[in-house]
Design a binder for this molecule. Structure first.
Ligand code: NAD
Length: 257
């Protein structure tokens, strides 16, 4: 066994959703730094994807940019087809696209609840479905879904029952898919980040909240996006060859308290 080689992703092709910002962007770059070529998917029309692509080029790997919405099955099928046509057979995927917002449960419109479920839960389902169809054809692969510690605990003071439910759904759906595909070479796991410094949490109106988040976290700070790379590379790589259906909390100890 060549231990350092376990984390080498050379020869792999990955698809990352939500690759234009935050956790998805940093993980996409990290996969390239470990040797993978990466298809970058996001619905953003600003320069997020171009920034990710620039970093990947600097790492000496190839990438393609795909503007698509994870709530659209046909767009995801097309994204996988383009990935395989331009980069090669898909073997790795990270599904990070997601949204967050808040509203008291008794005031929440049905449409706000529905949009959350469509993007955060159905979007992950459709992404996994499109990715796994290719991986099943290709003889295997590894998928990481970005859930949240909010799928495990209820964030004190945040009225986001729809978000929390969507993330609990991602964790259990991932375990279910892991068991459906366990005999066919595909591993599926979740990473559940704690509070992480990304545009999702660092908006000006969140400044007061961010201080609270830091105080409530046992490590007394938010995660940096860099700290999501190691866990993702681990779960995707041969280092985790006996790991499937797991939810890896990366939360600075939050869920211990
Ligand atoms: P972010 O807003 O920086 O990035 C999310 C990306 O997803 C954006 O680029 C956005 O355009 C994209 N996206 C949203 N809806 C989409 C859709 N329908 N189709 C395609 N792309 C879409 O946020 P982030 O903090 O990097 O969040 C990434 C994931 O991590 C999310 O699933 C989020 O719930 C989860 N998460 C974040 C935190 C945190 O504290 N930041 C904590 C736990 C979990």
């Amino acid at each position: 066994l060549n231990a350092p080689k376990l984390f080498d992703l050379s020869g792999n092709v990955a698809l990352v959703t939500g690759a234009g910002s935050g956790i998805g962007q940093r993980i996409a770059i990290g996969l390239a730094q470990c040797g993978a070529d990466v298809a970058l998917l996001d619905r953003r029309s600003d320069d997020g994807l171009a920034t990710t692509a620039r970093h990947i080029k600097a790492a000496g790997r190839r990438s393609i940019e795909i503007a698509a919405d994870v709530t659209q099955a046909a767009a995801l099928d097309e994204a996988v087809a383009r990935t395989e046509a331009e980069l090669g057979k898909l073997t790795l995927a990270v599904n990070s696209a997601g949204i967050a917002n808040a509203n008291p449960a008794e005031e929440m419109e049905e449409s706000q609840f529905q949009t959350m479920m469509d993007i955060n839960l159905k979007g992950v389902f459709l992404s996994c479905q499109a990715e796994a169809r290719a991986m099943l054809r290709n003889g295997g692969g590894s998928i990481v879904n970005i859930a949240s510690m909010s799928g495990v605990i209820v964030n004190r003071g945040l009225n986001q029952c729809h978000y929390n439910a969507s993330k609990a759904g991602v964790i259990h759906m991932t375990k279910s898919m892991a068991m459906e595909w366990v005999g066919r070479g595909i591993r599926v796991n979740t990473i559940s980040p704690g509070y992480t410094a990304t545009p999702m949490n660092t908006r000006p109106e969140m400044v007061h909240q961010t201080r609270l988040f830091e105080e409530q976290t046992p490590m007394q700070r938010m995660a940096n996006v860099d700290e999501m790379v190691g866990p993702a590379v681990f779960l995707l790589s041969d280092a985790a060859s006996f790991v499937t259906g797991v939810d890896l909390l990366v939360d600075g100890g939050f869920c211990c308290w």
